[in-house]
Design a binder for this molecule. Sequence first.
Ligand SMILES: NC(=O)c1ccc[n+]([C@@H]2O[C@H](COP(=O)([O-])OP(=O)(O)OC[C@H]3O[C@@H](n4cnc5c(N)ncnc54)[C@H](O)[C@@H]3O)[C@@H](O)[C@H]2O)c1
Length: 271
Amino acid sequence: MRLGLIGFGNIATTLIGLLQNGGLVPEGLVVQVRPGCGDKVRAELETRCPDLAAEVVSDTDDLLAARPDLVVECAGHSAVTSYVPLVLQAGIDVLVVSVGALADAALQTELTKAAQQGGARLILPAGAVAGVDMLAALGAADAVSVRYRGTKPPQAWAGTPAEDALDLAALTEPATFFTGTAREAARCYPKNANVAATLALAGPGFEATEVALVADPAATGNIHEYDVEAPAARYSIRIEGKPSTGNIKTSVTTVYSVFREIRNRVGPVAI
Ligand SMILES: NC(=O)c1ccc[n+]([C@@H]2O[C@H](COP(=O)([O-])OP(=O)(O)OC[C@H]3O[C@@H](n4cnc5c(N)ncnc54)[C@H](O)[C@@H]3O)[C@@H](O)[C@H]2O)c1
């Protein structure tokens, strides 16, 4: 497989390590980075994976010219908006990790149309959360309700509107600073709304998915809990994901989820 990456931060670099360790080194790698970052990323790739035929570009035309079989977006919302429609229109499947970007209804429509026009697929991985398979399956048949609660250590909420509601450094017990819909959560906390958005997309949508966000000084990881109620089943999930070393906001499980999607595409058995 020829793999394309948009972004070369925590998820991208950890993913390359997982692919190498899992015996799934891509035949070719093309990485789209921000203009001006090319030399640094080339040097890093040379150190991390000297045997990998890697190309570093800063323009989507050059990414497309490399004809990757799959592009993984692991950069952020602006990259989803600016580049992903072009890649889908070119007929290349895109796995979008920054799922929270789809809380923008116009962007969600644009991406869906681009995938249809290009004959490509927009792939939304489970990311940091488990049980999305059952939620999506139930949601297709039944009316489901989803209540999600996301808990992170106080420092993981630094630089967000949580700082206006709470003195994060002084917390001695868990504090819920946001309750609302998945749409509102994604608007106010875009870098922390991927799980809420994934549940909304797999389940009852952005308006009907209830979200609570919590800062907990006792939390050692990123905790995702949710309850599903549907006529066919009722279930609750709790995941305590370890934060990545490269980005405290990102659970390591997210990278494993992306790795699984790639393994399922190239392996003889998909699970
Ligand atoms: N779906 C999920 O469950 C889930 C979980 C965690 C993180 N995420 C999302 O995954 C994305 C990446 O996370 P990360 O931990 O690797 O972040 P990171 O900050 O470590 O890496 C992102 C990289 O992308 C680069 N980048 C940003 N905009 C770019 C652009 N327009 N063009 C090219 N490069 C660009 C940045 O310079 C950075 O190097 C974030 O959007 C994050 O919200 C999703």
